[in-house]
Design a binder for this molecule. Sequence first.
Ligand code: AMP
Ligand code: FE
Ligand code: FE
Ligand code: ZN
Length: 321
Amino acid sequence: MGGEGLTLCRASFIKIEFNYKSSISISKWVEIIIMGYIDLHLHTTASDGVLSPSEVVRYAKAKGLQAIAITDHDTIEGLEEGLSEGQRIGFEVIPGIEISAEHSPGSMHILGYFLDIHHPFLNERLGYLQKARAERNPKIVQKLNQLGIDINFDEVLKASGGGQVGRPHFANVLLEKKVVRSFQEAFDRFLKKGAPAYVDKFRFTSKEALHFINEAKGVAVLAHPKTLGINGYSELEKLILQLVEEGLKGIEAYYPEHSSSEVAQYKTLADRYGLLMTGGTDYHGMEKNGLDIGVGRGEMKLPYSIVENLKAVRSRSLLGR
Ligand code: AMP
Ligand code: FE
Ligand code: FE
Ligand code: ZN
């Protein structure tokens, strides 16, 4: 994209949308004051978050948010608890999920909102992912043991607090045992892709993931496009076009790690392909340096109108348009 195009699209972005990572935007604040603010990307103990679903819901309400979506990795196990806590305390909770899809060189995550959590096909697909995860996890233990580290699966299970077991729980055990000095060191030395204790696990293709999200009446949104590992605009556009054909409805443009120019790029794509712009903090609990629910690292407040847009898209899809 040329310099002029970028200036133009950034200018219109500031005028039409609420401002993001910029000093003052009166319209943004008026909207947030009137309608409230939201967070559409959160993890709980059902996957690799620190707070239970009920705790996340109560925390969001106490912080003054208007609505949240719970989007655990590959599981909806926390949703029933989160939804009923929301009902109990009078707080809007959107049932969601974050599915890891096949992609390289980076990672592709697809969010699904307003899922029918009892949908049989969704539950069957997620059951398959659980099985793949259950097969992978002991292999990580084995690899760590081969590297001379004293660790067993029960310790990891305990660290997971009864929810789905993921690599962050391995990292926490390694930290507890003082094998590493930080959570990040555990990933860098042992657990990340290409590291000596990394074991790959099955992922659905984007087409498959988008299919079952749509079948379960969910609205599918590409999570944090930055992690796709795509640099050029045209390559990203090609992928977005493919995903739209496969059933994508939105882009998670607002995300703590996205720069203003990346947000502007996602807005250009969203406008061009009729996609929603959504956002969330990816809050996992207290462990992520200074990142909090609803605000990220302080720059993130997003208005409730994003939820209304999601609901409008869902209604349209249900009507078969
Ligand atoms: P799993 O689904 O069990 O493979 O674990 C994936 C989770 O591990 C992600 O959702 C992140 O929370 C975390 N994670 C993955 N890669 C890294 C990394 N390089 N550094 C820190 N955390 C990571
Ligand atoms: Fe995570
Ligand atoms: Fe993610
Ligand atoms: Zn996430």
